[in-house]
Ligand binder design. Structure first.
Ligand code: SAH
Ligand code: MG
Length: 192
């Protein structure tokens, strides 16, 4: 049987941008402390974070969306190898186009950084009362705090988008957001 740490190792070898361990640890703890049972994840990659969340406790169910076919297939294989297909549903779709009716305790945004506001606005409709939206990569390797680290126009644009998202969260009247400089920078937005 595959171990989540093997999935992690292989993903890192293949330069797949999976969540840093510190961030995973934080969310797993959050799931346990808040007795979260339903999670929607935007951006599965090879399933590493979804699997880690499902293993937080036995009642957790995860729906996760991935638009890249190779990653989707590898995620599916990893989920099946761990016998988690009853608790993790992976959708091969562009999350901006998915139609999801279900409501979740926690939504985790970890996909295209240029679209964070769109993901947030679309998926806040899928939150249970007082649900939480967690977002990853708000530091973007430190470049958000120190833009002089950016080396090309494309990354500078992305940094600008992340800064806009941070402002959007700070000014959002429907949610209370706390920012953590854990892993690659995480926000926790709780619906009032
Ligand atoms: N959460 C994963 C890492 C995700 S990496 C982990 O920590 O293990 C980000 C992933 O989001 C990439 O695989 C990318 O293909 C996917 N992605 C980006 N934009 C997307 C979109 N609009 N819909 C679905 N998946 C998307
Ligand atoms: Mg990430």
């Amino acid at each position: 049987m595959v171990h989540p740490l093997d999935i992690r190792k292989k993903a890192l070898e293949n330069h797949i941008p999976i969540m840093q361990e510190e961030g995973i640890h934080f969310i797993v703890q959050y799931i346990q402390e808040h007795s979260i049972t339903s999670i929607l994840e935007i951006g599965s990659a090879v399933g590493y974070s979804a699997i880690s969340f499902a293993l937080a406790h036995e009642q957790v169910k995860v729906t996760t969306i991935e638009r890249d076919f190779d990653r989707y297939q590898e995620a599916l294989m990893n989920i099946q190898n761990l016998n988690l297909e009853n608790r993790i549903t992976i959708l091969y779709e562009d999350a901006l186009e998915s139609v999801i009716e279900e409501k979740f305790d926690l939504i985790f945004i970890d996909a295209a950084k240029s679209q964070y506001i769109k993901f947030f606005e679309k998926y806040k409709e899928n939150l249970n009362e007082h649900g939480t939206i967690i977002t990853d990569n708000l530091s973007f390797h430190g470049m958000v705090e120190d833009p002089s680290l950016t080396h090309n126009r494309n990354t500078r644009q992305l940094v600008g988008k992340i800064r806009n998202y941070i402002e959007f969260l700070k000014n959002n009247e429907e949610f209370d957001t706390t920012f953590y400089s854990l892993g690659d920078g995480i926000s926790v937005s709780i619906k009032k």
